[in-house]
Design a protein around this ligand. Sequence first.
Ligand code: BGC
Ligand code: NOJ
Length: 816
Amino acid sequence: MRYGYFDDDRREYVITRPDTPLPWINYLGCEAYFGIISNTAGGYSFYRDARLRRISRYRYNNAPFDFGGRYIYLRDQDTGEFWSPTWQPTRRTLEEYTCSHGLGYTIIGSRYSCIAAEVRYFIPLGENLEIWQLSLKNEHGHPTRLAVFSSIEFCLWDAWDDATNFQRNFSTGQVEVQDGVIYHKTEYRERRNHFAYFACSEKLAGFDTQRDVFLGPYRGWDSPAAVERGRCFDSIAYGWAPIGCHQVDVTLQPKESREIIFLLGYHENPSDEKFDPPDSQAINRKTVLPVIRKYLAAPNANAAFEELKDYWSTLLSTFQVRTPSADADRMVNIWNAYQCMVTFNMSRSASFYESGIGRGMGFRDSSQDLLGFVHMIPERARERIIDLAATQLPTGGAFHQYQPLTKRGNNDVGSGFNDDPLWLILGTAAYLKESGDWSILEEKLPYENEPGTETPLYEHLQRSLRYTLERLGPHGLPLIGRADWNDCLNLNCFSDTPGQSFQTTTNKDGKTAESVFIAGLFVMAARELAVIAQKGRLGEEAGQYLAAAAKMEATLLQHGWDGNWFLRAYDDYGQKIGSASCEEGRIFIEPQGFCIMAGIGLENGDALKALAAVKEHLATPHGIILQQPAYSRYYLHLGEISSYPPGYKENAGIFCHTNPWIMIAEAMAGHGDDAFDYYLRINPSAREPISEIHRCEPYVYAQMIAGRDAATHGEAKNSWLTGTAAWNYAAITQWILGIRPEYDGLRIDPVIPAAWGGFRVTRRFRGNTYVIEVKNPASLNRGVKKLLVDGGEIPGNLLPAAEPGGAVIHVEAALE
Ligand code: BGC
Ligand code: NOJ
């Protein structure tokens, strides 16, 4: 069953009923000011950092789900009836309802008692504010007197403190109301130089800023006292919970329409110009008023909206495809690319499942996110690599995450995840292949942000490799540390105390447990760095890296191969994990994907065996399971993986991030039908018809789909912020469609379903646009042997990078 439909021409998903199985959300903002917004206007905003600069409140894990938002109330002043045009928070049954989530904007439209209302929410490019554009139309045959109430609940900046430290923060809240603009200025009197504001385009009939006055004692947001009586109280907040609410009274003649604009924004003043007059405590508004005036004017708001649409069109036009599969086209052309941009911006910080408090920018995560967006904005990928590398530790190790506002590694989450540093090599390689900008390797960057420690980025990458080589275990395989890609395989943790973090607790010396996954990742990263060294003419090291990779590959084949598939790890007792000899957890997906992607086993036939084992033991119609059999009880020596009930998350869930590794491995093996079949199993658009089972948004990937052992097999969770986005994008565009950036050009090497007659791609690459027509007259899976470039034939399947010149280059390729 569906809860809406894709409107591909408008690049929107249109939700047609408000009671979706879960909140179906969207993101606002692309640069510094961001928001999440659900299909019923729930969500919140923040400036740069969802933890440290939270602008509005939201209640995670609330009943009903998804509470706190950008809510509007309409009240018929003659009948006293009131409702919310976005359904929440009054949840009055609407006569019509649609929510269109588009790229960087959301429009919620509805009709109730002959009043049509539509709110468009978006953030103009380059600004730290959001626009709520409300239009109203009276479809009654008689004039209607309406009161319109806006509402937002301010967060006192630090979202963690705001949700916990009430003895202080019930006394700190402060606002100022000047000329109809509500300023939220908690802590502005002391060390902050930023404030939030909430403005309205119309003359106010009233306002409120104190939550309990607006709502009334013991009342909720579904029936605020002010709305019920049809008149605000003009309250000023002193401590407690400051809110913003404007009341606008409008009388609409039959068929008359009216537009009202609300702005919610964030503003900083220079610290010596905070107040006006200077010796007062009043906010200096001179710097912010021009921005407020600008966007309260509808023509400017409309122009900003058009600019936002153009911005997205330009970004997405970097890669557009037309294949026989509507599900592939829609994800590649619109939603998967969009999700990649969102994961780039948010890493794992703010979603409906990530509270914005716990996890900032992941080192491993951000390095992988690069794979999905580097072609759209290489210059921002460059910045991200630089930020990441500057948090790297002198040992070559990495903080597991850093805070976006401070760009500093976060000690709470710590380090010692032994795969982390290697991902920086893969991220940098992706950037080099896309951009050809070798200068990045020369950038001088510090370790742990410590001035004076700078070395070229290239040396950071060298230290990443060395970090692994200096940490090898008894079999010569890499020691796992706290964990590898699988954060929950905690082999040195041995935690028996409730509440201890699996991610920061270590009770073992870490000298025994080894990871086959890291071994595969190392082989891939070392070979990549060897090519970088050769091409960048950066020294003699290439040979050493290749030798280290070869040695690791040999070790892996000797100690990491179980006979029919790759082993997963050795535990602290030196026992195998992911072996046919294990009672539970006999086969894991990660090493099968990663070792084959690193090229291991492709020549001796092991790769084919491993892929066959994946198909036999792990594949389900809802995607490929992480491991089997699921762990049926808690194992002290395995950690968090066995803490999850069977079928969920890392304990035999379908952890979607890993599925594209198998798709890529299948493609490398030439199996276009299998690769695409796996692709479709977790493709959100292909799962749209089973939305009642899948439950998450049908337009973006989720981190996890419950596995075969779960009671709710097929149910997705943790949508949006997941490495699934980047890896699926890479799998379909680079390996199945086979349009793959390499150091010297663009490889055209499709591995597609035999039934496809062909496809067409437009790809911008290093300053030119390639229009690529692939034909498959003989119903093959793979095999481009030559290319026609602007009519002339070239041997092989690599398009050499041309001088950037804005040219449109026509390419024809045939599978033969
Ligand atoms: C989750 C992992 C996640 C980790 C990060 C665990 O509880 O299961 O998926 O990577 O937390 O902190
Ligand atoms: C989510 C984390 O963000 C990611 O880094 C990790 O690899 C997966 N969970 C698997 O545990």
